[in-house]
Each structure stands twice: as structure tokens, then as C-alpha cells.
Write a protein that binds this ligand. Structure first.
Ligand code: PLP
Length: 466
């Protein structure tokens, strides 16, 4: 790289920063504008491999011009699709530095500051989520990988207890591991089971109630039996926001010698909110927890946490050693010992920045606000003839149906997306289509909830009259 190339690269960084700030100002004020499709974007970018070098600022400007029509306004105040936080500007700023500093958190020596920041943020996470203070935390890409990492630690520990070294000897010939899981578990947990050779289909499914919570009596029946057992519970069902009855199932899991894992991608943040913490009572009795930063904590993507009560099991499943890597010193937290990868970006910086920005009180307010807006939106929608609230609202997620059949619900969701005042998606629940609302962005206010309710009612009336 010539010094000219370097200077040109810095100018490109400035251009990207200017555009990013202008974009966020615009999105904060705007509605969720319609967005170009993947196919249209493919056509916009389709080009042969460049044969010659390009000019950095021109490349960034080309990227902005071509991509902007296809950038979904997920950071806008009326985005209620999936469970998507806000990529808060403070978290983005910290994340920019993670990239600009070029820190590889593969080990303590290559990234001393980032490693230390991750250690401190890990302690803050345990405190705010009120989980055992000695637990280990791995910074991963999201809850999917967090579930995988936690289940790897679970697999290691339950097999170690019966004298099998799965890290060394693999699963072939190993004692069978029974896996219990609620009937309304998130699809990504099955991915973890698939990666770990535990089999996505080889599970014992535990019956759930109307909110998707495991029934304690069904759990009690399912946990009986011989051999190693892993039980998978959840905090925050994707459609209802409800959490399993940890107070009841955790002692049963303990008595059976099972490892209890909790998928708490977004729901675990309920621990931080005074009026919701009760729903999660007993969750701290589990052995491992998956949570996301890029949902309720509002960090930019990608950011999730694999939290394990027994750091030794966590390290056994994940640690990497090689002669060229510096050995861990004493109690120092080696960042690669808790995640599947060696080289990675310093994603803990966004976590540190968001916890520093909000503090305990700010996060409590954020979670409480999301729950209040969800409750108020659901009540206002249910007051409109033809709109049915599908289940009680207990957290930030809720579902409604329109009219008598799936077609009316799907048509209404399509109309809402076309009107683009707000973005809301559809899902299936108990065999029928629903509109699912997730209130998880820091940008969303009570007023955004009201505007959205009016837009949904208008869309439904149009569909009804058509
Ligand atoms: C309960 C639950 N588990 C796991 C996931 C997967 O999380 P991620 O997309 O961060 O990997 C989600 C995502 O919405 C979720 O809600």
C-alpha cells in the first residue's frame, strides 16, 4: 500500500462515517420506507470481477448509491419485525473502533484492551442479568451460536460425568445423551443439536401450555430415566415472550442430574426490569444461558453471549491451544477459550459501550417501555372489531389475527408492509397465521405504538372492505 493509497483509504472512512450519520438521522425521523428486493439489489450489484484497482472514496460512494434502496430501515422507530434492536449509535461508534483498531481478540496479547473490556463487560452482564457471578461468558455472533456453545459445554459435562471424553473421543461409541426440549423452542436450538451430533430429531419433546411454556408435570415425566441428560428451556418464547417455569423445573433437572440450558436470546433481559423479573424467577439455577446483545441491549450485529456456570466445562468444550499462542496466565480470562473461533473482531466493545450508556436504570426503563408499548398496542388492536389477540401479553412480543381465516391475516400484513408506516411480519402459531409484533427497539416510543396501531387498523379495514 502506498502512502497515497493509505490517505485515500482514510478519506473513504470519512465518507462512510458521514453517510452513516446522515442515514441514521433520516431513519430516526422517517417511516419504514418500502425497500428494494434482493433480486433488484442483485441486479444493482451484478458486475464482473474488477481487473484493476479502484479509488477508495468512489468505491464507498458506489456502495452507498447502489445499496441504499435495499437497506431495510430496521433501526427506525416503527420496526416491529422479528426481534431486532436498534444498533444504537453509541454501540455502532464503539463497533467502528473495534474495526478501525483492527483488534483480533484471539488472545490477551494480541488485543489487551479489548480483552480487558470484554472481561469487565462480562462481569457487568452477569450482574445485570443476575446470574452466578463466577460464570464464564463467551462473546459470539448471536444466540444461535450461544446456544451451540452452551450445549457443547453441556455435552462435555454430562459425558464427563459418565467417564466419556467427548472432546478427545467424539460421539461414536459414547453413552447416549437424552435431550429434553419444550414443544415451542426456537428453531435455532435445533441447529445447535445438529452441529453437536446430538441430532435435531433425537429429542424428547415436552408439552407446553397456551403461552408456549413447558408444563412442569410433563417435564417431570420426561426427565425420568437413566443416563446423561440435557434439558433445554427458554426465557422468552419468540411468539409470546413467555418463559418456562424455572422455579419448578430447575429443581427437577437438578434432582435428575441433568444439565439445564436456557435459551434467553431476548427474554433473559426481563431480569433487568423490576416488573418482569418475577417471570424469570429461578432462571439463575440453570447451568448455562444464551442471550443476545443485538436484541434488547441494542448493540449492533453481531453480538451474543454464551454464559456457563462451570467455566471448566465451557473451556473444555471450546479452548484452543497451539504453540504459537501465548499460554493463559493464572486466572486471566483468555477470550478464545469460550467461543468456537480463534480470530474474531472485538464484539465486546459494543456490549461494554451499551452497558456503559444505559446503566442498570436505563436498561430497566428500556425493557419496561418495550413491554408497556406491546401491552398497549395489543389492547388497542383488540378493541377493533375483527382483530383478535391470540395470547395474553406478558413481555414485549404479541400476536393478533384478522378476520376468520389465514388469508385475511396475511393480506393485512401485506397491506401494512406496503403502507410502510411500520414494519410487522407474519408467523404461524398453533397451525394458523398470525401477525407477530416485537417491541424491542430503543427508538420506539409510546407515540410510535399509537401511530402503528392506527396504521394496522387502517390496513385491516381496507382488507375487510376489499
Ligand atoms: C428465543 C430465541 N432463540 C434464538 C434466537 C436466535 O438468535 P440469533 O438470531 O441472534 O442467532 C432467537 C432470535 O430471534 C430467539 O428469539
Amino acid at each position: 500500500m502506498t502512502s497515497q493509497d493509505f490517505e485515500d483509504g482514510l478519506k473513504a472512512m470519512e465518507a462512510a462515517a458521514r453517510e452513516a450519520i446522515a442515514y441514521r438521522r433520516g431513519v430516526a425521523a422517517a417511516q419504514t420506507t418500502p425497500v428494494a428486493t434482493y433480486r433488484e439489489m442483485l441486479a444493482a450489484f451484478d458486475a464482473p470481477l474488477p481487473e484493476t484497482p479502484g479509488e477508495p472514496t468512489a468505491i464507498i460512494e458506489e456502495l452507498i448509491t447502489r445499496a441504499t434502496p435495499g437497506v431495510r430501515a430496521a433501526t427506525g422507530p416503527r420496526f416491529f419485525g422479528w426481534v431486532i434492536g436498534n444498533s444504537h449509535p453509541t454501540g455502532v461508534a464503539a463497533d467502528w473502533l473495534a474495526s478501525a483498531w483492527g483488534q483480533n481478540v484471539g488472545n490477551l496479547v494480541s488485543a489487551p484492551a479489548a480483552s480487558a473490556i470484554e472481561t469487565v463487560a462480562a462481569n457487568w452482564l452477569l450482574e445485570i442479568l443476575d446470574l452466578p457471578r463466577g460464570a464464564s461468558v463467551g462473546y459470539v455472533t448471536g444466540a444461535t451460536v450461544a446456544n451451540f456453545v452452551c450445549l457443547a459445554a453441556a455435552r462435555s459435562e454430562v459425558l464427563t460425568r459418565v467417564g466419556w471424553d467427548v472432546e478427545a473421543d467424539g460421539l461414536i461409541g459414547a453413552p447416549p445423551v437424552r435431550v429434553l426440549i419444550g414443544a415451542d423452542a426456537h428453531a435455532t436450538v435445533f441447529s445447535g443439536l445438529k452441529y453437536l451430533g446430538l441430532g435435531a430429531r433425537r429429542v424428547v419433546t415436552v408439552e407446553t401450555d397456551a403461552l408456549g411454556r413447558m408444563r412442569p408435570s410433563a417435564f417431570e415425566r420426561a426427565i425420568q430415566g437413566e443416563g446423561p441428560v440435557i434439558a433445554i428451556a427458554q426465557a422468552g418464547q419468540i411468539n409470546t415472550g413467555a418463559s418456562d417455569p424455572f422455579d419448578e423445573i430447575a429443581p427437577m433437572a437438578k434432582a435428575a442430574g441433568a444439565w439445564l440450558h436456557v435459551d434467553g436470546a431476548f427474554g433473559l433481559w426481563g431480569r433487568a426490569a423490576p416488573t418482569r423479573a418475577e417471570q424469570l424467577a429461578g432462571v439463575d439455577q440453570a447451568d448455562s444461558w444464551a442471550a443476545d446483545g443485538h436484541k434488547w441491549l441494542q448493540t449492533p450485529y453481531d453480538c451474543g453471549f454464551a454464559i456457563v456456570r462451570d467455566p471448566e466445562a465451557h473451556r473444555r468444550a471450546m479452548a484452543i491451544s497451539a504453540s504459537y499462542l501465548p499460554p493463559a496466565q493464572g486466572a486471566d480470562r483468555e477470550p478464545s477459550a469460550y467461543v468456537p473461533e480463534l480470530s474474531r473482531r472485538a464484539r465486546g466493545l459494543g456490549t461494554w459501550a451499551m452497558l456503559r450508556q444505559y446503566g442498570r436504570a436505563g436498561i430497566a426503563e428500556l425493557v419496561e417501555r418495550g413491554c408497556r408499548i406491546a401491552r398497549d398496542m395489543a389492547a388497542a388492536l383488540a378493541a377493533e372489531p375483527g382483530i383478535e389477540l391470540v395470547a395474553e401479553v406478558v413481555l414485549n412480543q404479541f400476536m393478533v389475527r384478522f378476520g376468520d381465516d389465514d388469508a385475511a391475516t396475511l393480506a393485512t400484513v401485506e397491506q401494512i408492509q406496503a403502507d410502510a408506516v411500520a414494519f410487522i411480519g407474519a408467523a404461524t402459531w398453533r397451525g394458523r397465521w398470525v401477525m407477530r409484533v416485537s417491541v424491542s427497539s430503543a427508538a420506539t416510543t409510546d407515540h410510535d405504538g399509537e401511530i402503528t396501531v392506527a396504521a394496522v387498523v387502517a390496513a385491516w379495514r381496507l382488507v375487510k372492505e376489499a
